[in-house]
Design a binder for this molecule. Sequence first.
Ligand code: ME8
Length: 526
Amino acid sequence: MSAGKSFYVTTPIFYVNDVPHIGHAYTEVAADVLARWHRQAGDRTWMLTGTDEHGEKILRTATANGATPQEWVDRLVESAWKPLLDTIDISNDDFIRTTDARHEDNVKKFLQNLYDAGFIYTGEYEGSYCVGCEEYKQDSDLVDGTGEFAGEKVCAIHSKPVENLHEKNYFFRMSDFTQPLLDMYEANPNFVQPESARNEVVQFVKQGLNDLSISRSSFDWGIKLPWDESHVVYVWFDALLNYITAAGYGYDEEKLASLWPATHIVGKDILRFHAVIWPAMLMAAGVEVPHQVYGHGWLLVGGEKMSKSKLTGIAPNDITDTFGSDAFRYYFMSAISFGQDGSFSWEDLSARYQAELANGFGNLASRTLAMVSRYFDGVVPAAGELTPSDKAIVDVVAASVAEADAAIERLAIHEAVTSIWAIVDALNGYITEQEPWALAKDPAQAERLATVLNTATEGLRALAVLLSPFMPQATHKLWDALGVEGSLGALTAQPIREAGSWNQIPVGTSVGTLEALFPRIESAAE
Ligand code: ME8
């Protein structure tokens, strides 16, 4: 991909009925890695995240906690959801709350447009509603309950009974969009990814879409319909619109035109909302559909989807307090194939931290810089003529940059890590094989020693750039220690797609000392 393109990436906006767990953090990190990659590449990048604050689930939680819904959401956003972004080093450009005026006002405009265009009508609805999902369920979505709910039908996701609702509602003519959606999926095969998610969505839409109930009148915690204030808009209809209200819809058309369409990163649990309902809403309003919807897999703990309601939730800072945010980010992006489910375990995290980060990357960085200090007084030496072993390193780096960029373009984040890690492995092998410590003992090998350490330092420089989207803190430290100009993450450093060009560290550059990038962790699962 050439530099300069626009890349607008979003996460779901999360329900603030509870505090975040590592499943939410996982989505945040994935979107952030993509954003940082594109930013370091010079693409016009915008990352949006935020919170979903209306609806019955939040209202009930607030009431149960003796707070008004507004007090509750303010408390949770400030005490838990915004701090999450610092805990895991998220570089979002904007944070939208569905209680923001910019959102509420422009959701109303969107609704009015659809109403005026004849896409909304009144009707009656009776069905089973899961408040946990904030969704009407079909019988096929329900399973037999166990334990206290034995004998009842429960939501397959929340394992709790559904509620029978019978209401007069407003409906969105979603059935009109069955064929336009199928045509769009066909014309744009990458619209829903990964492939398994796409197939599921296409099969679902092929059965024909029903119209969608888009209002509720039995409670009032939501955005009132502009033509009938006795109804609030259905929380999902409200929430999906965040992606355009944050980008200027209804009040800054220029901004919208420069950002939209977006790449949406979501968990597969909410794929249909994003890949079916959302593009149908946009088609009705005459707004371009998203660039892409990517449904990633679930983090499993003990074989079950991690969730607060099933008490399998792990807080992100349970991990970062011990391992740091870089290790958190690296672990989840490398250990799990993006798009598939993955099991979390402390043992696996701990083992990878030690083998890959401390011994693999961290040790490579510290011993290379220590040798430059010891043998060349801390000044990066000029390389002599390159031998095939040195050239092999140059080639590995060039190939890795191209492969990683192509993987990011496909949103195959774990493949990007694998491509970059080929450099770590190649450099460690190179140093073992070239034995700079032996070369240093023989004055006749001075030029060879210079070439080896120059090559290794250039390789480290490329690694700092390529790994900066994954591990912003460690790579900053490494970049500073390398003494190179510019600041990583700000594009004054090397553009990521050019990380393979060689001789980027001016000869004579003084390297600094480097503290251990990944210190030994005494208490970790030992
Ligand atoms: O659905 N593994 O919010 P939500 C991986 N407000 N990801 C997980 C996960 C797990 N075990 N658990 C949660 C909502 N997630 C709506 C979204 S968007 C317009 C409105 C992540 O708080 C994953 O991204 O229930 C999932 O899709 C999202 O959290 C659900 O968050």
